[in-house]
Design a protein around this ligand. Structure first.
Ligand code: G4P
Length: 534
């Protein structure tokens, strides 16, 4: 098959949600449709529910499971679908942010009763930064929840995206009768049946017909007709180009656990979702159809077996064909490298592959050569953009607890930071090291992994920091003055970029007011170039 045909048959996306909205359940149903798994329950949730130190073996086990389920590929209607898994736990949100840089679109799952939750808001913000097309699945219609119109308003307001319902619920909870597919104009009736594989459906082609009353009863039939009229009046017709530009999100209703409304959504998704899109590099835009291979590492996963420190680097192919055993340029190191055992992931199976195409993700065996954001090419020095570091929110000083193991500690810290577990800052005034993370759980993970994988011990000391932000300034004199006056609050990140560590929201505000020439950035790109504010 030609490169273009291979590209046209690929859809690479991520499913995002607040924990418990039903991401794992929906993923499983999609895999069942694709025939990638045969039984429900085969996809293990990689949720990390417990957060105490004694649960770390459990966390590590779960991390192990999530390696297998990091990428789940399946074939559906002649297409190759790649689902990139995103950790649900908020302390691993950075992992999710980075995974979103490797997808071409996203499906957002929302619990009908809970509506838009914090984690969903944050993740959709990241999608919006990159104009990633979003499709929304409202889940758990078999339970009582919010009125559909109110929920759609909430989505538009909280997520800042325009929506366009393509299916509409008939009742909810106890009175849930089914969904009307506005895209294909078919009514699909709901018969609760737990975890069965196949949908149990009756189709009504015309909702004006009296058949509707017979099937759902008088009152629900009347309500549906009225609501469908209102939907047609309120919402714009579906416009695929707007969706592809990230400006309009189609919405589906259903119940993932009952496998209801899932096939409608999947069929529409494969029709409209984008094929692999061009990627911005610092140098130029890279088209997937270019003959020369290029790709970037968006995730690094440690091996859970402490005796084998090798890691898996996840590479998203951006252009050309990736081939096993061919020499490629590791742009940051300026070295040629080849890979004897690149792996692809099919649901719960991993296998060595000979070739991979744009949109695919391959796992590369890594002995410490890769950092998140690294690029591989056939020779061109490309640096893909858009793999941001987010401003951390929790900080602690890190101290060496075993003077005999200081080298191990330094190495362990560097490697864990390369994996993107947390960020390391070095104070300008005294050289003390500070770890900054998005979630508190990360500190325990770091301590545990340093001990188990590197034989190093560390202790933490509290700091009174509130936020770290990258600072830049076009006026060298003003920047010098800022650096002199704020010396005690300044540090360098691991790339050497200057970072301002604010003690409180108030001190950040004061610094911004007193130094209007200085720009404060709340995200930075991993390749060292400070950019885009959040
Ligand atoms: P997550 O990955 O987004 O965190 O959510 P997950 O799929 O694990 O689902 C969270 C809980 O919601 C699960 O229940 C799951 O069975 C349930 N669920 C998913 N879809 C639906 C739905 O359409 N209707 C209803 N009523 N529940 C749904 P649990 O009790 O946490 O786990 P389990 O023991 O059922 O696996």
């Amino acid at each position: 098959m030609s490169l273009i045909k291979e590209i046209q048959r690929r859809k690479t996306f991520g499913i995002i949600s607040h924990p418990d909205a039903g991401k794992t359940t929906l993923t499983e149903k999609l895999l069942l449709f694709g025939g990638a798994i045969q039984t429900a329950g085969a996809v293990k949730s990689n949720k990390i529910k417990k957060t105490t130190v004694s649960d770390f073996m459990e966390i590590e086990k779960q991390r192990g499971i999530s390696v297998a389920t990091s990428v789940m590929a399946f074939e559906y209607r002649g297409l190759k679908i790649n689902i990139l898994d995103t950790p649900g736990h908020q302390d691993f949100a950075e992992d999710t942010y980075r995974t979103l840089t490797a997808v071409d679109s996203a499906i957002v799952v929302i619990d009908v009763a809970k509506g838009v939750e914090t984690q969903t808001e944050k993740l959709v913000n990241v999608c919006r930064m990159r104009s990633t097309p979003i499709l929304i699945f409202i889940n758990k219609l078999d339970r009582e929840g919010k009125d559909a119109f109110i929920l759609l308003d909430e989505i538009e307001q909280k997520l800042g995206i325009k929506v366009c319902p393509l299916s509409w619920p008939v009742g909810m909870g106890q009175t849930f009768k089914g969904v009307y597919n506005l895209y294909e104009k078919i009514l699909v009736l709901f018969h609760p049946h737990g975890k069965a594989q196949e949908e149990d459906t009756i189709e009504i082609r015309d909702i004006a017909s009296g058949e509707l009353e017979k099937q759902v009863g008088e009152w629900p039939a009347k309500t549906l007709r009225e609501e469908v009229n209102m939907v047609e009046e309120i919402y714009p017709p579906f416009d695929k180009n707007k969706y592809l530009g990230g400006a309009l999100s189609p919405v589906f209703f259903g119940s993932a656990v009952n496998n209801f409304g899932v096939r409608e959504m999947l069929d529409c998704f494969v029709d409209i979702a984008p094929t692999p899109r061009p990627r911005e590099a610092a140098e130029r835009e890279v088209q997937p159809t270019e003959n020369k291979f290029s790709g970037f590492v968006f995730k690094i996963h440690a091996n859970i077996d402490p005796h084998h420190r090798a890691r898996i680097a996840f590479l998203r192919i951006c252009s050309g064909v990736f081939e096993r055993n061919k020499n490629y340029l590791h742009v940051r190191l300026g070295q040629q490298m080849r890979f004897a055992t690149p792996t692809s992931f099919m649901a719960d199976k991993k296998e060595v592959i000979d070739e991979a195409y744009p949109g695919d993700v391959v796992g590369l065996h890594d002995t410490g050569n890769f950092k998140i954001g690294d690029t591989l090419t056939e020779g061109e020095a490309l640096h893909f953009k858009g793999i941001p570091s987010f401003s951390p929110e929790q900080f602690r000083y890190v101290e060496n607890a075993d003077p005999m193991k200081s080298k191990q500690l330094a190495k362990g810290l560097v490697q864990l930071m390369d994996e993107g577990v947390a960020q390391l800052f070095t104070k300008e005034t005294n050289g003390r090291k500070i770890i900054g993370t998005v979630g508190a759980l990360q500190f325990d993970v770091i301590q545990y992994r340093l001990k188990n994988e590197y034989g190093a011990s560390c202790t933490y000391e509290p700091t009174n920091m509130h936020k770290a932000c990258w600072v830049t300034c076009d006026d060298p004199k003003a920047f010098k003055e800022f650096q002199t006056r704020r010396a005690k609050d300044l540090a360098r990140d691991k790339e050497g970029n200057l970072v301002y560590l604010a003690e409180s929201a108030w001190s950040l505000k004061m610094a911004q007011e007193n130094h209007p020439e200085v720009q404060f950035h709340f995200t930075s790109e991993m390749n060292g170039e400070v950019s885009a504010e959040r």
